[in-house]
Design a protein around this ligand. Sequence first.
Ligand code: SF4
Ligand code: SF4
Length: 159
Amino acid sequence: MITERELDKKFGLEVADRYGGEAIRRCFSCGTCAASCPVGRFDSRFNPRRTIRMVLLGMRDQVLKSDFVWLCAGCHTCSERCPQGVHIPDIMTALKNMATEAGYTHPTLAKQIDLLKDFGRVFEVEEYDNKRRVKMGLPELKLRCEEVKIILDKLGVNS
Ligand code: SF4
Ligand code: SF4
């Protein structure tokens, strides 16, 4: 239960001011994005239409403190089909940035930073992967990219 006094009317405007958020107020809640979203098929908590509605209603804490904005895979299936031209993945990115600025980060972000520091990418490449790449005529990849760790350290990025 949430009362009107708890709503932050400026929240929707702030999101609309962010890159990619400009079209959020055009959403007329048709649900095409929710019906198309592959993540929603696996986790019913994730529903882009509901997230946009919550933003426009001003439910700042409920959106920024939730972990469902972090589930967006950025696949663009929704924005390709949205009849109103709403850039939903960009809105999700804006919400992730706002959540991080407010001090709410998802544990998966820390894990991704650890992977970046360890391997220079968010996944591990093994000798086996390189053997397959060579077979396919592709160049081998470095198993570790120390340069990325140096850049992250210089930027003061910690998990
Ligand atoms: S498809 Fe577009 S207009 Fe329809 S609910 Fe999603 S964001 Fe809103
Ligand atoms: S970009 Fe995000 S919200 Fe849109 S369909 Fe893909 S996972 Fe769902």
